[in-house]
Design a protein around this ligand. Structure first.
Ligand SMILES: Cc1cc2nc3c(=O)[nH]c(=O)nc-3n(C[C@H](O)[C@H](O)[C@H](O)COP(=O)(O)OP(=O)(O)OC[C@H]3O[C@@H](n4cnc5c(N)ncnc54)[C@H](O)[C@@H]3O)c2cc1C
Length: 376
């Protein structure tokens, strides 16, 4: 909604982004009765609306809510994509509908079409420079995600490739053969979708994801992907521990050269599945970083900018990476609890909401168990 000057632009809390992270934390703020707005550059669930048509969530949905075990893909304690959508692995379009339904059900305060370009802090207040003028707040919760920020300059000539996030449908990709660069979830998804359509696929894996198995689902292929890969692995040309140095094109022929000097050619542009950067690129000066991840307090607040919080897949504490919905949703109530406490909200109201979230496994503060190995 465009601001014609009559719209309020000052809030206690501004949440930036209305994906699962922004909507999920918004529900807790709403339950606490806090004054907030979610600013969204497009519309609720915009990233999911941009997924390739055939792509599905890898984590399964199952309505276990009534036994205190909420659906893995739920972002609120009383909702379930499995229940609402009647599918185990929702597509992007289906999951977007779930997020829209939830946002509507809780009557969240979302302002669509507001792109936040810059955030700065002056005299204790945040000032957001947006496509629709300035917004001000005492607290900011960053929930801009990763999907809309593809990794750039992963290798020389990556601009000659199509990035996974730009594929609207695998059915639209012409040509008989494709080179897929990167073999984690999106690389194997591309290989699967295209091999099923009879395309000749060359898949270049910088690691050895077929062999790698870990206890933590953040670091190895999901069972959903393995089931699908098993269907096509004998039909594709799969190369492990191979790193791409450059991509060149000459008269419509694409050549991919690897660091060990091998070359692969194709008549179609390669698909770049080397991953995503982060929306945090817009606020790097407000966080302190250790590698790719920002340093956060125990309440996911920036260690250098008071009252600035992060929710979503970039949250990392030690080795505990909260990159899945079932992981990062466990920090929504922690962030909201901290903000509510600082604003002086009465402890009874805070405690009531926090206890609800704790009872449903939606509140993970003690991270000592996150590195535990599975025994069998
Ligand atoms: C192919 C694929 C499959 C996946 N499968 C799973 C899965 O099975 N299970 C799972 O848990 N996770 C999965 N993930 C990861 C999951 O999608 C992300 O972790 C999740 O979307 C992150 O949520 P988010 O709200 O932080 O980001 P997003 O969903 O990207 O939402 C961010 C929102 O912020 C808005 N925004 C961004 N920048 C700005 C700005 N500057 N101003 C205003 N608004 C802005 C965007 O428009 C968007 O609506 C998958 C990801 C991909 C790519």
């Amino acid at each position: 909604m465009a601001n014609d000057g009559s719209q309020n632009t000052e809030f206690d809390i501004v949440v930036i982004g209305a994906g699962p992270a922004g909507v999920g934390v918004g529900i807790v703020l709403q339950k606490l009765g806090l004054n907030y707005v979610i600013l969204e550059r497009r519309s609720v669930a915009a990233s999911f609306k941009k997924w390739p048509k055939e792509t599905r969530l890898i984590s399964p949905s199952f309505a276990g809510n009534s036994f205190q075990m909420p659906d893995l893909n739920a972002i609120s304690i009383h909702s379930s994509p499995a229940y609402g959508l009647q599918t185990e692995h929702p597509s992007g379009e289906q999951y977007a509908k779930y997020l829209e339904d939830v946002a509507q059900h809780y009557e969240l305060s979302v302002q669509d079409g507001i792109d936040v370009n810059k955030v700065r802090k002056e005299n204790g207040s945040f000032i957001m420079e947006t496509s629709d003028g300035e917004y001000r707040s005492r607290f900011v919760i960053w929930a801009g995600g990763e999907f809309q920020y593809p990794k750039e300059a992963a290798f020389e000539g990556d601009d000659l490739c199509i990035h996974y996030s730009k594929v609207t449908s695998f059915a639209d990709l012409k040509g008989d053969d494709r080179i897929v660069i990167g073999a984690y979830e999106s690389g194997f998804d591309s290989a699967y979708q295209l091999a099923k359509r009879g395309k000749k696929i060359t898949l270049l894996d910088s690691a050895d994801y077929m062999e790698l198995i870990t206890s933590d689902s953040s670091y190895s292929l999901s069972p959903f992907t393995r089931d699908r890969v098993n269907e096509i692995v004998d039909d594709i040309s799969y190369h492990k521990q191979i790193r791409v140095e450059k991509v060149e094109v000459d008269e419509g022929k694409y050549t991919v050269t690897t660091t060990d000097g091998q070359t692969f050619t194709s008549g179609s542009e390669p698909i770049n599945c080397t991953g995503f950067a982060s929306s945090l690129s817009l606020v790097t000066d407000l966080f302190e970083f250790k590698g790719k991840y920002p340093l956060l307090t125990g309440s996911d607040e920036s260690t250098i900018t008071e009252n600035l919080f992060l929710v979503g897949p970039q949250v990392k504490h030690g080795k505990a990476l909260f990159c899945f919905i079932y992981k990062f949703r466990q920090r929504f109530a922690i962030v909201a609890e901290r903000i509510a406490t600082v604003t002086g909200l009465d402890p009874e109201t805070i405690n009531k909401v926090v206890q609800e979230y704790k009872a449903r496994n939606f509140y993970l503060k003690n991270l000592s168990a996150t590195g535990e190995e599975i025994e069998c």
